[in-house]
Design a protein around this ligand. Sequence first.
Ligand code: SF4
Length: 306
Amino acid sequence: MRIILAQPRSFCAGVVRAIDTVEHALQRHGPQVYVRHEIVHNKHVVDKLKAQGAVFVEELAEIPTHAVAVFSAHGVSRDVEAEAAERGLRVLDATCPLVTKVHEQGRRYAAQGYSLILIGHAGHPEVIGTLSQACAPVVLVQSVGDVEALTFPADTPLAYITQTTLSLDDTRNVIDALQARYPQIVGPDTRDICYATQNRQAAVRELSRLVDVVLVVGASNSSNSARLREIAAQGGVPSYLISDGSELARDWVCDAKVVGITAGASAPEAMVEDVIAALGRLANVEVTTLPGREERVVFRLPSDLS
Ligand code: SF4
């Protein structure tokens, strides 16, 4: 069996920064660093940090007053920021700088008098944060159907912003529909889809042309991993989202001569190796990696740690 690895895959700079933030906080403050929500959407990452002493909570109310609290890479709402301040928590904000950029963009448009539209998935933590951080009413659209249902008068000054981890194609369709209905709308085009998402999507599209089946390593609640699986499937290749080698089903790969593997931005490379090992238990494998775009983006740690 030939295995081809997409390039780039696995951790992005925002995820590396978020994990480093928790690890540095543990080194500096000792165990009992509290993390609100999964720091990134990956159980293996969370379990590893738990083993080092991080405590994961759903609500700030679970964190003792004045303790160290880390906000996840997805960002938080203003209510959460206010509650943290009220309770005297020592906050380390691991919100990805690219998510913060979208927040700032929303505030800028709102200050210029635009009514705001956010393209994203309802309920995703990043979307919950961005809806609040824009500091103005924001209408969420998820699909072309949602655009058709908008009730803004035709001449409303409108601007849109986007969730960072959507599929470029999905976003393009929604933006096209917005521009068709409201030609005056302004927005950053697809540039808010972050570099890591764009690169991983381009790489899996290329990969899907070369293989019989695609395995996307990532968690089922990881938005960017789910998009990678969708893109591979749109290329006409059976595609499966898998968090580690234990989830590999023999049926998926028993007829495959060439298996493609990629990993979402929140999935550790160790889990890619785990999936390769699982394939190796089914057949003799030969592993190659596609040439791909080299990523050199590095984000600095939050100022309280750097
Ligand atoms: Fe930041 Fe993009 Fe990574 Fe999300 S996927 S954490 S926006 S770099």
